[in-house]
Design a protein around this ligand. Structure first.
Ligand SMILES: Nc1ncnc2c1ncn2[C@@H]1O[C@H](COP(=O)(O)OP(=O)(O)OP(=O)(O)O)[C@@H](O)[C@H]1O
Length: 354
């Protein structure tokens, strides 16, 4: 069995940090911890450069402790130095934590999350964004799904974003939505292996260096699961709330629950859940089928005390619309499917978060 993130954290807690005091987890030098499905552990130790000799020894201790841990298949630790601006004493730095920042010009940020991949999070994000734009809101959509950026295709935009001054990035725009995707920074068919710190840097850049302009709301399409991007977003930016998308199956719900727990720990309010691929209505005969079961998300939402924002059917038109670059809210605005997304948008406006 591959080691869990918690098991790895426990091992790291046993490694002392004589420089900053305590252990290397509590002293804050461990960053971007990633434990993959095969039990490979990767993280960065962010240290003051003047202490590199001391931390090289600590790094070796952490390496041997992890290598001796059952379920750890590989260990990769990278030491990185602070910039000159960093105060010399790590404890000082800890005493003044930089809380979540507001993105200039952006009034609200809503994260769209899912526990599992493929449940339709990106489809829901693009339709909510377009629905909000149609309701007169100034909307941005940040595609932070580094493992499978799909918003450029869903919103029908391509090309590389320009950076005339080499410092800021000009976003793209379609269907009334200002959009930027990490996927636009890479070649479409190039597999990207994002290391933790690179990923956090990219997210920070997407938030702070993209010229979003004045926005009522920025929708962030997160990668599936509960990883570094979710953490970084909630730590760096003030997130008004999260929407968790799930299909009705038990496995998807189990993961959705983990996502909700994570946001609670990060003090991000849960705005509600969306059941996607809820029922299937046959486009030929109108027969309604519950392919993945139905109502599981409603029951879960009730149990967790969070609103159920919508039940979106499994519907060929929704997929064709997204694949064709004009979400159903844009291509068939009067359809029942589009109305489900409009209801979510209206609920967000009513809650004062969009
Ligand atoms: N309600 C729906 N009816 C029919 N097809 C859907 C529906 N929702 C999503 N799809 C289709 O399912 C596929 C996966 O959806 P999408 O990319 O939105 O999922 P995701 O959760 O963002 O996935 P990942 O996190 O893996 O990127 C897409 O082809 C999309 O068109």
């Amino acid at each position: 069995m591959p080691a869990s993130r918690e098991a790895v954290q426990a091992v790291l807690k046993s490694v002392a940090d004589p420089v900053a005091g305590g252990d290397i987890m509590s002293s804050g030098v461990v960053r971007a911890l990633n434990v993959d499905e095969a039990g490979a552990v990767r993280f960065v130790m962010e240290i003051p450069p003047s202490q590199s000799a001391a931390y090289t020894k600590i790094k070796e201790q952490a390496e041997s402790a992890l290598k001796a841990t059952e379920g750890v298949s590989a260990v990769s630790i990278v030491l990185t130095g602070h910039t000159d601006k960093a105060p010399p004493d790590l404890k000082m730095r800890k005493a003044e934590p930089q809380g979540p920042q507001r993105v200039p010009g952006v009034n609200h940020i809503i994260a769209i999350a899912s526990g599992k991949g493929g449940v339709g999070k990106s489809t829901v994000s693009s339709n909510i964004a377009c629905a909000l734009a149609q309701q007169g809101r100034r909307v941005g959509l940040l595609d932070a799904d580094v493992y499978g950026p799909s918003q450029p295709r869903m919103l029908g935009v391509s090309g590389r974003p320009a950076s005339p001054d080499g410092k800021t990035i000009l976003p793209l725009r379609n269907h009334g939505v200002t959009m930027m995707s990490i996927g636009l920074m890479t070649n479409e068919d190039q597999a990207v292996v994002w290391r933790g710190p690179m990923l956090m840097g990219a997210l920070q850049q997407m938030l702070m260096q993209v010229q979003w302009g004045a926005l009522d709301v920025l929708i962030v399409d997160l990668p599936p699961g509960t990883g570094d991007v979710q953490m970084t977003l909630s730590q760096k930016a003030h997130v008004d709330g999260a929407i968790v998308v799930s299909t009705p199956q038990d496995v998807a719900l189990l993961d959705a629950r983990k996502g909700i727990d994570m946001f609670k720990q990060l003090h991000v309010p849960i705005l509600g859940m969306v059941e996607n691929m809820s029922t299937h209505v046959c486009s030929n005969c109108g027969h309604e089928e519950h392919v993945f079961g139905h109502g599981g998300v409603a029951a879960e939402a009730a149990k967790l005390g969070v609103p159920l924002l919508a039940e979106v059917p499994l519907d060929l038109q929704i997929r064709l619309a997204s694949d064709g670059g004009a979400p159903i809210v844009v291509s068939q605005p009067d359809s029942a499917q589009a109305q489900a997304f409009h209801a979510i948008a209206a609920a967000l406006v009513a809650q004062g978060v969009a």
